[in-house]
Design a protein around this ligand. Sequence first.
Ligand code: FRU
Length: 501
Amino acid sequence: DFYEKLYRPHIHFSPSFGFVNDPCGLVYDGKQYHLYYQFRPMHNLTNEVDWGHAVSPDMYQWEDRGHAIVNSDEKGMAFTGSVVVDGQNTSALFPPGKAPLPANQMKGGLVALYTRDDRSIRKNHKSTIHAAWSGDGGNHYEDFAHNPVLDLNDPDTRDPQVFWHAPSQKWVLALASAYTHEILFYGSRNLIKWEHLSTFAPAGYQGVEFECPNLVELEIEGEKTKKWVLFISLNPGSPQGGSSIQYFVGSFDGKKFVADNSVMDFTDFAKDSYALQIFNDAPDGVKCGVSWFGNWQYCFFQPPKNWSGAMTLPRQFHLRRNEIGLPMLIQRPVGIDALVAKTLTSSQFVMEYERKVEKTVALPTNAAIDVRLEAQVTHSVEPNGWLDIEFSNKDGEVLSLGYQRQTKSFWIDRSGLKGFSNHTFSTHFAASLPRDSKSFQAQIILDGCTLEVYLNDGAGVGTCLVFPKAALDTLTLRSSQLGLDVKKFEVNALKTTVKER
Ligand code: FRU
């Protein structure tokens, strides 16, 4: 129907039907990327939760392959987890000669470590960690015969993230103890026998539940050093409302993660990015990943009706020191340049502070739109100086973004869109930019019901669902009491990479 098409992203993964939340088991197998995802085919909070599966050569062209791990009446729901390439068959799960991964001469293959949550079938329920192996390159998984591999006799320890820690030659597993707000670390030589290494707590925002930990080592821009970053998803009770992701920068010696004093923040200034996961084994050691484009507060109410949920664009992560020297998270979308199909406008100009200047660009409505802006403030009359970047349509709907000089902030305002309202669907978000900087840079990607904003080369990110009633087909740039030297204003229509549905 009309809204299903209007909200369907063109370059973001979304399910053809049913409800999607967390990305799971993100892994590159030497040939292609695997994206597994929490899948509720019945599109509600019933007790059926499976792992869906999609593959891609580039994290943009996704081919959906359906179920990889299924909900079961005996074992319960298949909640979030990880997939690793067990090339050496350390797990001994792969019988000799049994379907190794096609790309390499491997003795093993893909192994999933995931949460079984049996609240759907048992009164005194538990969540336990299960291992499973794939004899067909990742399309289907068979459970290890002696599951669970980790049983803490607890209803809410879940979402194992597993990765190979080369310096200590072992697998490391990070697990969320949701209600005690702890991240538990385990180590193993074979993915089956796990030994407790350490516990990270208490830290950061507590909220109600900790979920989906991800520990990853990231480079600091311009330095040869690296730091470990621990991402923890938090729901409900995040500052923006509902769910969001916090991260800590610190060190990890193979046993214990220690956070640096005061290096903690949230990954996003809007509220629709959750359950971030990083790909295991991405080429060239690149640290990239996706998160769920949604928020538990309103995901079951939002349109459209027949499908729900998407993944964010693939993002690459690293650290950059801020004005006071703290290494902070940088997130950049991967490979957008290669997707440019048509440049709709590209110019440089000056906006005088005493004169209203307007630039208008007509937008195609059947493609993702990429806007790039770089500007330098030459004159401002405070407190009013602002620049507005506005997506609109003839029905009077407006999605407004912009820069406000006095507060040195960048806003997103989705209140002028009429396709969805709910008391938790907050409408205004803002990111602060460095106080003493006179220039700023923004990349804005609008794609169906998804809006992503990357500020100052990934230093600030806003991930925001948008539900207009009609397509937003006009872009207007307008300033007031702000003199600007616009060094770049480029608008591109992007190639559609997901299958037309
Ligand atoms: C996070 C989460 C996980 C859980 C999964 C269930 O969004 O609640 O903790 O494994 O979703 O779908």
